[in-house]
Design a protein around this ligand. Structure first.
Ligand SMILES: *Cc1c(COP(=O)(O)O)cnc(C)c1O
Length: 351
């Protein structure tokens, strides 16, 4: 009962029909048509148990990303890979490090495994490698970092991550959560670092740029010895063929992926500049959302209430120690225009 329940992005407003949901970093364009077709085809095979080794999807991931198929594990969202890591590597008496504004699932999974979460400060909403290294003890089993990070949208360079990996004790596993890796041009999410070391694991998801948050599928990439362990705590039928086949079709549709990425980049820049013009700055984002900063927690609260009245749902991030901020997913062009119009209206009404 000491675990705080995960707070998902709100999706409804009482009495408002035409809401725009910008609270869960979903792809506003949805999944690729090829993914939807693959999902529909699965209806005919629902009486069959699914594959237990996920070989077809793992092969596709290996081909697309240039990885070793044997070192890939698929899970019910990357959340499940995070759960497996905590379950397998952390227990009572062990410590698991996450950062000040880090994704809340790290803490939840740590506590569920009976281990102790250790929170490390960030600097200007960015992961601080020195603070993490200073917090490591002989009991530190896992270090979780999302890069790019949620809910801050900031990115730590490869040199900094290398410095972190070099400085960690050998008994500590570094988990690089690449939920937003696709949004950083040319970034491998940490795959090369996994290849080069024995204690680095990468997690990835189909929930963000692939537009499959509702399907629940993600994957991990790690040293063979770690993947072999995770496969022993993984349920044999953790993923249905509908999940596996749909994800594979989405992954193979590179043209649609590129289209989503370029629209996101264009609209993210427009959104951040338009909000800065009305006095709402944000850090440069490497993701599909921006973290809008207000003058105070009260102003962020008031703006959130104003947006709700106007049918716009964004994400409060006070639970992430960012009470003066609102996280806004980059929607389609109409949603971006609507949110800027509303925030401008809020600011003007205050003056
Ligand atoms: C969205 C997100 C995930 C993905 O979760 P799934 O379980 O794959 O839907 C993982 N990590 C971070 C930081 C995220 O923002």
């Amino acid at each position: 009962m000491q675990i705080a329940l995960y707070q998902g992005g709100q999706s409804k407003i009482e009495g408002v029909a035409d809401v725009v949901k910008l609270s869960s970093n979903e792809n506003p364009f949805g999944p690729s048509d090829k993914a939807k077709e693959a999902f529909a085809r699965c209806a005919h095979q629902l009486h069959r148990y699914p594959s237990t080794d996920h070989l077809s999807l793992r092969t596709a991931i290996a081909e697309v990303h240039g990885l070793d198929v044997d070192k890939i594990i698929c899970g019910v969202g990357s959340d499940e890979i995070i759960t497996f890591l905590c379950q397998a590597y952390a227990g009572p008496g062990d410590e698991v490090i996450h950062t000040e504004h880090g994704f809340s699932m790290y803490r939840i999974s740590t506590l569920a495994a009976g281990a102790t979460p250790v929170e490390v400060p960030e600097v200007d909403r960015t992961v601080d490698v020195d603070a993490i290294l200073a917090a490591c003890t002989e009991r530190t089993k896992l270090v979780f970092i999302a890069n790019p990070a949620n809910p801050t949208g900031t990115f730590v360079t490869g040199d900094e991550i290398t410095r972190l990996a070099d400085g960690l004790p050998a008994h500590t596993i570094l988990v690089l959560d690449g939920a937003y890796a696709e949004y950083v041009d040319g970034f491998d999410g940490g795959a090369a670092m996994v290849e080069a070391r024995e204690n680095v694991v990468m997690t990835r998801t189909f929930s963000k740029v692939y537009g499959l948050g509702g399907l629940r599928i993600g994957w991990g990439y790690g040293p063979q010895a770690i993947i072999d362990v995770l496969n022993r705590v993984r349920g044999p039928f953790n993923l249905s063929d509908a999940q596996l086949d749909t994800a594979e079709a989405a992954l193979r549709d590179r043209e649609y992926l590129e289209k989503c990425l370029s629209e996101n980049a264009r609209l993210r820049l427009w959104l951040s500049e338009a909000l800065a013009e009305v006095g709402v700055p944000s850090d440069v984002s490497y993701t599909n959302f921006i973290l809008a900063r207000f003058q105070s927690a009260d102003e962020a609260d008031a703006c959130d209430a104003y947006l709700k009245q106007n049918g716009l749902i964004v994400r409060r991030v006070a639970g992430y120690k960012l009470p003066d901020c609102l996280r806004i997913t980059v929607g389609d062009e109409a949603s971006c225009r609507r949110i800027v119009h509303a925030i401008r209206g809020f600011k003007e009404a205050k003056e």
